[in-house]
Ligand binder design. Structure first.
Ligand code: 4AD
Ligand code: MG
Length: 461
């Protein structure tokens, strides 16, 4: 296949070019007496290229059909533009319409509300803002792989269908091929022995537990893929299907884990500034005026380290009315997290050593026997972006924690096995890709950073 010229390449040309051919979608057309100006975009970058057509352009007789949204192919010359705001334009030798878009094409105006665009998620990537968003999303995903691969991590494809509940929170979607109209029952309970896997199966909430088994052999590993949670919280920070990247490192403690998390967030922040500057500037201009300052702040400071116990003390003495009263032993609410990072420290904060009773069974119990070696990274505007911990590597304490969490040892026999044969300290965390994209773009609703959002009572496509 001939290498395709894309608008991104044309706009970065160093000299005029003859005989070029390029295709894309029409953003606008303006006609004067003798010329028509077409703004065309092909998704390769935010900028359009301007095409000048006139009576000498083959296909000019059909110019009226070249409406906003139409797909076209253009041949001609790339020449220096006399107009303001662009260096290059195309003098068209020919324009052919691949498909014109009739008047009911919904993206006629320059600006549309995010709510409206969410209702046409199949067309929203054709707008400047969402085109930019999904180019950034792709670049960030690439940068995640580079970050880990460059340090010698191995990418492990952990399963999406799982037989265990990693977080023990019971917020899982069932996977079944039983006939819902006549579910087999035994003692009035569903008989999963008749189901596809012969036992109950779910969509994974996290790849962590299977990933740990590979950590204890390959040493430095990560998983990166979709995860699913059926928590019925209709918030602007939760979705039912999201992408999580989870590193897991052998012979690493909580301090190593915090350092890796901070390094990852800074690396990705620097990466989008370096590689997506045009797209990021759009968000800085139209979505969040403080965006670039906030990103600079992330890079400039060492993240604050704060124990959960000290965090509670700060929250309790804060002159602020919280909806939920901060109390030792209770979860930090999003309002608490945002107070710490936005109001009190005005920069990212890592909260560590949470009470063991509110955290998952796999987190390592500290010597005080009251807290676990957990850590959450909180950032302004969002709150929690990373959740992780040092893992409980001691066989007897792990069994005790499974028991007190009401979990069945038999379901976790393979996990327990790793603590019987050459167990080792290890740590890891999960970074929500969507939460990072909210941070990187200043977007306040998580539905707007994922191509096809899945939320309660909403499943298009
Ligand atoms: O804190 P969480 O629940 O941690 C875990 O799942 C661990 N097993 C990870 C690990 O240690 N390997 O989730 C990790 C991150 C959160 O900090 C958040 O960024 C994101 O995943 N996240 C969500 N993002 C969008 N929608 C949801 N419903 C999310 N739940 C968690
Ligand atoms: Mg968490």
């Amino acid at each position: 296949m001939k290498e395709k010229l894309r608008i991104h390449n044309l706009l970065n040309a160093t000299q005029p070019l003859c005989d070029i051919a390029v295709s894309g979608w029409v953003r606008t057309r303006r006609d004067s007496k003798e010329f028509s100006f077409i703004e065309m975009n092909d998704g390769s970058c935010l900028s359009n290229i301007q095409i000048i057509a006139d009576i000498n352009t083959a296909g000019y007789d059909k110019i009226q059909s070249i409406t906003t949204g139409s797909s076209i192919s253009v041949t001609g010359q790339l020449s220096q533009s006399p107009g303001k705001g662009q260096k290059w334009e195309i003098s068209a030798a020919s324009i052919s319409i691949i498909d014109s878009a009739p008047e009911e094409y919904p993206l006629q105006k320059k600006r549309h509300s995010d709510e409206f665009l969410r209702s046409i998620a199949h067309l929203r990537p054709r707008t400047n803002k969402y085109g930019a968003m999904f180019r950034i999303r792709s670049k960030v995903s690439h940068a995640i792989h580079n970050f880990f691969q460059d340090q010698g991590f191995n990418w492990v494809h952990t399963p999406i269908i799982t037989g265990s509940d990693c977080e023990g929170a019971g917020e899982m979607f069932c996977v079944t091929n039983l006939d819902m109209a006549s579910v087999p029952k035994n003692d009035n309970k569903v008989d999963f022995s008749e189901d596809f896997f012969g036992k109950q199966a779910h969509l994974t909430v996290s790849g962590q537990l299977p990933l740990e088994t590979y950590c204890l052999s390959l040493g430095m590993v990560y998983s990166f893929g979709p995860t699913f949670r059926s928590e019925n919280s209709n918030t602007s920070r939760h979705i039912a299907e999201f992408w999580m990247v989870e590193p897991e490192v052998a012979f690493a403690d909580l301090e190593d884990n915090m350092q890796l998390g901070e390094k990852l967030i800074k690396h990705l922040t620097q990466y989008v500034l370096d590689h997506c500057s045009e797209d990021i500037e759009l968000f800085g201009q139209y979505v969040d005026k403080d965006l670039l300052d906030r990103l600079a702040n992330i890079l400039a400071n060492t993240f604050t380290r704060l124990s959960y116990t000290d965090a509670i003390k700060i929250l309790q003495s804060a002159k602020q009315d919280f909806e939920f009263k901060p109390e030792w032993g209770k979860e930090l609410q999003s309002e608490h997290e945002r107070f710490l990072t936005e109001v009190y420290y005005k920069q990212p904060v890592i909260v560590y050593d949470y009470p063991k009773d509110i955290k998952a069974f796999y987190m390592r119990v500290n010597d005080d026997n009251k807290t676990v070696a957990a850590m959450d990274i909180l950032v302004p505007k969002i709150g929690e972006i990373i959740g992780g911990s040092q893992r409980e590597e001691r066989h007897d304490i792990l069994l005790e924690r499974l028991h007190s969490s009401g979990l069945n040892q038999e379901d976790y026999w393979w996990y327990i096995d790793t603590r019987k044969f050459g167990t080792a300290p290890h740590s890891g965390f999960g970074l929500g890709l969507e939460r990072f994209l909210m941070l990187a773009t200043g977007t306040s609703n998580i539905r707007d950073v994922i191509p096809f959002p899945r939320t309660p009572k909403h499943l298009e496509f």
